[in-house]
Design a protein around this ligand. Structure first.
Ligand code: B12
Length: 216
């Protein structure tokens, strides 16, 4: 329906053009395009494309950094609108989120946190490069129902297993559920490390979290 707009969004991220990405996000607010469509069909595919070209050696780290910056700027503009559109008003559950130690990728984690927050979850975001002990401490402190662990690198995904183990060692399992996500994760990986679920995107993460709370 808004294919041209989405295409422009993809291109703005690929170009790492923060001004264009911001202006397109503003257009979303002005024209009433659902912000989640803008994210899913516009900005995210742009970033995925950049990641693919980086993986193929066609683009370099600075390109990926510029693309990420453009994406983050657009998300910051869309976030208040996502919050305004939030449907749930009751607290469905408490979630502690973070990206594993050694890993600084945060865009997907932020998106998942944002979607959970707009769907009635109380979300505590621990940020990136989070040590397993910090996940445990925060899960205790916030009496978390669910701990969400993000990892984007094949070299850091083992950190998801470490978090599951640390929560178990602290006596917080199985009552505190663990969900995992990020490019290298999968349902099979979640099962292998004893996590309670996996989702490949933010909308699926909300469905998964609701299901784990018995609120599906
Ligand atoms: C942007 C980006 C960066 C940015 C990150 C900026 C930031 N502030 O986050 C920067 C430039 C800093 C960066 C750095 C690096 N990156 Co990088 N990066 C990416 C890129 C292009 C996009 C990631 C992204 O934000 N995607 C958009 C979001 C919306 O998607 P997402 O993260 O996948 O999240 C969604 C789902 O996965 C899921 N999800 C995510 N987390 C969670 C958590 C839970 C609980 C659940 C349920 C779901 C869930 O829901 C999200 C929303 O839909 C990817 C490419 C890719 N295919 O992923 C490479 C990629 C991940 N990076 C890669 C690499 C190699 C690196 C570097 C090592 C490069 C270097 N030489 O320094 C460094 C690592 C630094 C570190 N220690 O972490 C590789 C990893 C390869 C591998 N096999 O491990 C990739 C795959 C690129 C590639 N094709 O080679 N990167």
């Amino acid at each position: 329906m808004h294919e041209e707009l989405f295409e422009a969004m993809r291109q703005s991220v690929i170009d790492g053009d923060t001004a264009a990405a911001s202006s397109l996000a503003e257009q979303v607010l002005a024209t009433g395009v659902p912000p989640i469509d803008a994210i899913d069909l516009g900005f995210v595919p742009g970033l995925s494309h950049v990641g693919k070209l980086f993986g193929e050696g066609e683009l370099f780290l600075p390109d990926m950094m510029l693309a990420a910056r453009a994406m983050q700027k657009a998300l910051a503009i869309l976030e208040p609108e996502l919050k305004r559109l939030a449907t749930a008003r009751v607290v469905v559950g408490r979630v502690v989120m973070g990206t594993v130690k050694g890993d600084i990728h945060e865009i997907g984690k932020n998106l998942v946190g944002m979607m959970l927050a707009t769907s009635g979850f109380e979300v505590t975001d621990l940020g990136v490069d989070v040590a397993p002990e910090r996940f445990v401490e925060a899960a205790r402190e916030h009496n978390a129902d669910i701990v969400g662990v993000s990892a984007l690198l094949t070299t850091t995904m083992a950190g998801q297993r470490t978090v599951v183990e640390a929560l178990a060692a602290a006596g917080l399992r199985p009552q505190t559920r663990v969900i995992v996500g990020g490019a290298p994760a999968s349902a099979a990986w979640a099962a292998e490390i004893g996590a309670d679920g996996y989702s490949e995107d933010a909308i699926g993460a909300v469905a998964l979290a609701r299901q784990l709370m018995g609120a599906a």
